[in-house]
Design a protein around this ligand. Structure first.
Ligand code: F6P
Length: 540
């Protein structure tokens, strides 16, 4: 692949960035009364207002040319037609096939598994599927990690209601506190475990599943009862069987872990919220897929999300991308997006195996608004490390607008975005402080501390409602954003070789920590830490 920096669009963007560096976005609004409308795109009940980003029509046009010169249109076709765009593993990344409607399938097995899930969910929710004492299932524990946890957990937490008929719990961590604390609240006879693992070799998931199995036996279930309390979601039928689980819901190697919540990996969503909610989630994602597939670059919402991220990261030099959902129920969204974006695009070689030569994914982090305002927003407003921010704002039903807390929630979100852009008028600040009686050095010092330049970019992503359909559309938009960024940077967004080495090393260390095995070769720091842990355990 050619050096991206030599492309005319890349050079043009560099030139535009130098020009816009000292331009104020609030002044752009003064010059263009249609700016808010011009830089808002809508699709599938999601609106993206990026008018507070430091962009103009020339920037957006050059970003479009960049994406096009990096193969946006043919690669988008390849994504949708299931070509092996995951080049290092020679597989498709065909998550869009998972959310096709049943009357327009792309892959028949997707719908066969979905029917199987629907039948199982119906049995569970109607009480036909019971635990070993004949009592209906009350609690589900999804045991899985990474993509086998973050997506289902986030969706469930976003949409569950306090009076859930079936409550879902999510255990990912191998730290015993995670599973042990969860089990302490549960009744074995009424609990179902869903062991979710694409590979069914993930050490922490299998360790937790073994402990869960033993817990059931200790609580009085017999070996023959395990089948009523354990199901699996995996691509590895052999390993599932070897573990002793009879009922498996399958998926396929072309479903990446972090893109898998739409497959049987979403079984906990369907069981907890009902199959209709799961179908609505898929339909929302499909609606966004249809938009992404059909809209040209300049009208394409997920493409705009991706291109603006490239602009901020590669041209305005903002190394952090922050996600702040102004909705308590979306508190798990930043963690989900961390895996989606950073496991996908945290790469430094191109698909051709050459150095990427430009920055790839920024650090993605965030937390729920309003709480985040009382944590890291000070840095966002006045710190040295400027960042690019996505505010996610679900609108509430009209009936809720009477709750003053709702008005406060929405006002906080809008106020933060406005403050970040406009900053504080220095003249008004001088007036205010002078009226308070400050003058001379004291006035200067106070002015310096309260100086608030603004001109910090953010996007506002408005969801018409926080429901399954809109959540599906939002998540699909972020998936396609990741795809667009990956294609611009020329990297493979669908593998994750970087996580392998640590896993292998941990396997060896587990044996060495056990105290009986030989301690092998390690760097001096690891050696000393190992000795420290062993000494501490020996003392007990
Ligand atoms: O973190 C690495 C990873 O392979 C993720 O990509 C994946 O989502 C997670 O581990 C869990 O893998 P599995 O579903 O195979 O247990």
């Amino acid at each position: 692949m050619d050096d991206i920096r030599d492309l005319p669009a890349w050079r043009e963007l560099g030139r535009l960035a130098a020009q816009l560096r000292s331009t104020r976005v609030d002044a752009m609004f003064d010059r263009d009364p249609r700016r808010a409308e011009r830089f808002t795109l809508s699709a599938a009940g999601i609106a993206l207002d990026f008018s507070k980003q430091r962009v103009d029509c020339s920037v957006m046009a050059a970003l479009g040319q960049l994406a096009q010169s990096r193969g946006f249109y043919p690669l988008r076709d390849a994504l949708f037609s299931g070509e092996p765009i995951n080049t290092s593993e020679e597989r498709a990344a065909w998550h869009i096939a998972l959310r096709r409607p049943a009357d327009a399938p792309l892959y028949d097995e997707v719908h066969a598994v979905r029917e199987d899930m629907a039948a199982f969910v119906d049995d569970l929710r109607s009480g036909r599927w019971t635990g070993h004492t004949g009592e209906p299932i009350r609690d589900i524990v999804n045991i899985g990690i990474g993509g086998s946890d973050l997506g289902p957990r986030m969706v469930y937490e976003a949409l569950a209601v306090p009076e859930q008929r079936i409550r879902c719990h999510f255990v990912a961590n191998v730290d015993p506190a995670d599973l042990d604390d969860t089990l302490a609240e549960l009744q074995a006879e009424r609990t179902l475990f869903i062991v979710t693992s694409k590979s069914f070799t993930t050490a922490e998931t299998l360790a937790n599943a073994r402990v869960a199995r033993q817990w059931l036996l200790d609580k009085g279930a017999g070996e023959a009862d395990i089948a009523r309390h354990f199901v699996a979601v995996s691509t590895n039928a052999e390993a599932v069987q070897a573990f002793g689980i009879d009922r498996m819901f399958g998926f396929w190697d072309w479903v990446g872990g972090r893109f898998s919540l739409w497959s049987a990996v979403g079984l906990s969503i369907a069981a907890g919220l009902g199959m209709a909610a799961f179908e609505a989630l898929l339909a929302g994602a499909h609606a966004m897929d249809a938009h992404f597939r059909e809209a040209p670059l300049d009208e394409n919402l997920p493409a705009a999300l991706g291109m603006i991220g490239v602009w901020n990261n590669n041209f305005l030099g903002l190394p952090s991308h922050i996600v702040v959902p102004y909705a308590q129920r979306l508190a798990a969204l930043p963690a989900y997006l961390q895996q989606l974006e950073m496991e996908s695009n945290g790469k430094s070689v191109t698909r051709a195996g050459e150095p990427a030569v430009v920055n790839t994914v920024p650090a993605v982090w965030g937390s729920v608004g309003t709480n985040a305002q009382h944590a890291f927003f000070q840095m966002l407003h006045q710190g040295e490390l400027a960042a690019d921010i996505d505010f996610v704002l679900p609108l509430s039903p009209p009936a809720d607008a009477h709750d003053p807390r709702e008005r406060q929630r929405v006002a906080n979100c809008l106020a933060q975005a406005e403050a970040l852009m406009c900053g504080r008028d220095p003249d008004a600040l001088v007036d205010e402080l002078t009226q308070q009686g400050l003058q001379g050095g004291a006035l200067e010092r106070r002015l310096a501390a309260r100086r608030f330049d603004g001109n910090r970019p953010s996007s506002m992503i408005v969801m018409d409602r926080l429901d399954a359909h809109h959540l599906g559309a939002l998540l699909a938009a972020y998936e396609h954003k990741v795809f667009v960024q990956g294609l611009i940077w020329g990297i493979n967004s669908f593998d994750q070789w970087g996580v392998e080495l640590g896993k292998t090393m941990a396997e060896r260390l587990v044996d060495e920590l056990d105290g009986h095995g030989e301690v092998g070769q390690h760097d001096a720091s690891t050696q000393a830490l190992l000795a420290r842990v062993r000494r501490s355990w020996d003392r007990d």
